[in-house]
Design a protein. Structure first.
Length: 116
C-alpha cells in the first residue's frame, strides 16, 4: 500500500500513516487493499469527532463517546451533562487524540480480520 492510498482517508495525520505502514508491512498488495477497504469503512475522521463533541454543548453530551465505542463514558457524560461541561470541553480540545485512539483500535481489529 503506498502513501497515495492513505490520502483517501480524510484527516489522516503523518503519525497514522507511519503506524499503518508498520502494521501492514508484511502484507501482500492484495491483503493491503483489503485492509484499506475494511479500515476505511470503520475509521472515524477527527473532524467528525469534533462535531459530535460540540453537539455535547447543545445538550446531548457524550455522543462522541458512543460513536467511538466508549459506551460507559457516553452514559456517564449523558447523565452528568458531559461531567458538568468540563469533560466535554477537554474532549473538544483533545478530539484528535480521541479519534486516533479509536482508529488505532479499529486498525488492529481490521488487521486481525484480514489475518484470519
Amino acid at each position: 500500500m503506498d502513501n497515495f492510498s492513505y490520502n483517501l482517508l480524510p484527516g489522516i495525520e503523518p503519525e497514522e500513516k507511519i503506524w499503518l505502514d508498520e502494521l501492514t508491512k508484511s502484507y501482500s498488495q492484495e491483503k493491503k487493499d483489503k485492509f484499506l477497504m475494511l479500515y476505511q469503512s470503520r475509521r472515524k475522521d477527527p473532524q467528525s469527532i469534533l462535531i459530535f463533541t460540540l453537539i455535547g454543548f447543545l445538550g446531548v453530551a457524550g455522543v462522541h463517546r458512543f460513536v467511538t465505542d466508549r459506551i460507559g463514558l457516553g452514559v456517564i457524560y449523558l447523565i452528568t451533562y458531559g461531567i458538568f461541561g468540563i469533560g466535554t470541553l477537554v474532549d473538544a480540545i483533545n478530539y484528535k487524540r480521541i479519534a486516533w485512539d479509536f482508529n488505532k483500535r479499529e486498525a488492529v481489529k481490521c488487521s486481525q480480520m484480514i489475518d484470519l
